[in-house]
Design a protein around this ligand. Sequence first.
Ligand code: ZN
Length: 280
Amino acid sequence: MNLDVVLAAAREQRLYPALILYGANLDVRQNSAIELARTMLCERSPDLRPCGDQDPCRHCERIGWPTEHFHPDFHVLERDLRTATSTGATKNFLSNAYSAPFEARGQVFVIAEAESLSGGAADSLLKLLEEPPQQSPRYFMLLAASRLDLLTTLRSRSLSVYLGPNDALDEAEISQVAEAFGQAIEGFVSDSAAIHLLTAADALAQTKGWKDPRNRKPWAIAAAAIAHYLEGAELDVSTRRALLATAEALLDAPRMRVRGITHNRILEGLLARHLTQPIA
Ligand SMILES: [Zn+2]
């Protein structure tokens, strides 16, 4: 399913209520969500939707990414500083769907980083999809770099829209890092010697882009490399869990970097913390 097909369906108002917009990069995902939301709520005749930047209708004019725009029937949930989009924040966000639209013929809800939805958060969304509380249409858009990062329950109840190849991360680089990292981890699994964790940290550090402390990309590549390694690895449950937790922590690590700790220290610290602590 591609965006043009979905836009055509949205013009005709025969769109599936839950969409996953995945691939491409963050800007493309956000812009696609805005274009779709405008098409869904635009008040011009169907073939003119969305009516565009010149002389827009009262809905299209105000639908845009939050902080610069506000429309009472267009809602965006962005991830805060935590690793996951929490159940509480999601429930609060979705509570808008239990009342009638303010101005438009329906409501649109966008979850900006759907891969971070916690299990409980996903459940409240699924409940809403299964038992819609209102007559007027409600559309839910889940944005993610890869649809595989979303919970299976969400994937099976949403229409997936592919926006193009993910240009944010280099697949070849990820598999290269994953291979070196995997060798080190397998060494650690066989003899528990701490030296292997230093080698594993070195493997994650071999990407470029660490100089700029605010650059999130090398962290994302390191996390993706761990995930890539886990896909094919045969590991016991606790090691697998520890590595998943490490990958998750890496995505939050740029904040420690800003506090002046070097990336090598952070990588070593995270691996040691997750892999050498006794399992509770
Ligand atoms: Zn319009």
